[in-house]
Design a protein around this ligand. Structure first.
Ligand SMILES: NC(=O)c1ccc[n+]([C@@H]2O[C@H](COP(=O)([O-])OP(=O)(O)OC[C@H]3O[C@@H](n4cnc5c(N)ncnc54)[C@H](OP(=O)(O)O)[C@@H]3O)[C@@H](O)[C@H]2O)c1
Length: 347
């Protein structure tokens, strides 16, 4: 059936300036890491993308390795672009990344010029695009000179394959170096993509959040819902259709007794704000404009509608914020903690 986007799609979603750039991003963005591979029916993927766009979510985040199998999320999104979003390309911000394991041999991962440029070309082919809006170095590579990785991003932008450059999971120190190199090359760093949520506060502890503000670089916080922990879904056990039940990068040991107790209290606080816990968790990430956009994932369209509703209340009182801090601190669930060095973290 032909898809016609909702005429109301720009009525409720705020669009926030990405750092010092001219680009505005929706307060809530959709990522296609999980549930866009061969394990999900194509109709569900289409319905999620359509629902997102209908609610003002103009930004879709991908990576070469999203699936399973790797590459299949980009292929599925390419089909959706052709069937549903045809004619709407200029209303969309589409990103992709390279850094994790993608193809065999020494040129299929990390941060070399060889890998990044070839991977960007492959992503464009899979999605049927001439360019992506943002192309990222997905993780810091300690074995490649940063000048080479940033030089590859600069080359990708200059050759018209991406409009902007970004980095993901780089720590504060490496971010400063990367941003300086990109600035010298004349391709400013648009955005940083770190993990960040109420239960994962490394961007605060590392100083990254302040660094980005000082440098005028935008930020897109991934896993704002701690992969679903910061929703009401695990309060009554582990639902059979959940990410945890499917062992997709979320395991039972991440739902410790203290974490579950914190989630219960947070859920009550959210009710007191007339929000779902998912909505409060997204609003928390976006508080004080500290982060440009919250990058959610979803397994069904109704979750996207719920998450988009977060924008109806983005402010917190000081008492609410200190209550959240009292109940929940960093829960040691950051799978990407070592990404700024070298590891095999997913995503
Ligand atoms: N740069 C990187 O290294 C990196 C790493 C990871 C992710 N990312 C990006 O960040 C995106 C989001 O990551 P994520 O999927 O982990 O984010 P998330 O928003 O923290 O978790 C998404 C999961 O939460 C559950 N959920 C979402 N909305 C819900 C709602 N309203 N009510 C109840 N449950 C809800 C769903 O779980 P169920 O599936 O159980 O229903 C969904 O799959 C990815 O798609 C990717 O684009 C980037």
């Amino acid at each position: 059936m032909t898809y016609n986007p909702a005429s109301t799609r720009y009525e409720n979603m705020p669009y926030r300036r990405c750092g010092n750039s001219g680009l505005k991003l929706p307060a809530v963005s959709l990522g296609l890491w999980h549930n866009f591979g061969h394990d999900t029916p194509h109709d569900v993927k289409r319905a999620m993308c359509q629902t997102a766009f209908d609610h003002g979510i103009t930004h879709f985040d991908l990576a070469n390795n999203y699936g399973p199998p790797a590459g299949s999320a980009e292929k599925a999104f390419g089909q959706i672009l052709a069937t549903d979003f045809h004619g709407y390309r200029d209303e969309l911000i589409i990103s992709s990344k390279a850094g994790y394991d993608m193809w065999p041999g020494p040129y299929g991962e990390m941060g070399s010029r060889k890998y990044l440029i070839a991977s960007c070309d492959q992503s464009l082919k899979r999605m049927g695009l001439d360019y992506v809006d943002i192309f990222y170095s997905h993780r810091f590579d300690p074995d490649t000179p940063l000048e080479e990785t940033m030089g590859a991003l600069d080359r990708i932008v200059r050759s018209g394959k991406a409009l902007y450059a970004g980095i993901s999971s780089y720590n504060s120190e490496k971010t400063k170096e990367a941003v300086a190199i990109l600035k010298d090359l004349g391709t400013p760093c648009l955005i940083h993509q770190p993990a960040y949520n109420i239960l994962n506060r490394w961007v605060e502890n590392d100083g990254l959040k302040d660094t980005l503000k000082d440098l005028g670089v935008g930020s897109i916080a991934f896993t704002p819902l701690a992969q679903g922990l910061l929703t009401s879904k695990y309060l009554g056990g582990i639902p059979s259709d959940s990410r945890m039940a499917q062992n997709k990068s979320l395991w039972e040991d991440q739902l410790s007794v203290p974490t579950l107790a914190a989630i219960k209290e947070l859920n009550e606080m959210a009710s007191g704000r007339d929000q779902t816990l998912a909505q409060m968790a997204i609003a928390w990430v976006l508080r004080n404009e500290g982060i440009t956009t919250a990058l959610i994932g979803a397994s069904k369209p109704s979750q996207i509608i719920d998450c988009a509703g977060a924008v109806n209340n983005l402010s917190f009182t000081e008492a609410e914020l200190s209550n959240i801090d009292r109940v929940a601190q960093d829960a040691n669930i950051n799978l990407w903690a070592k990404s700024s060095q070298s590891d095999n973290a997913p995503g």
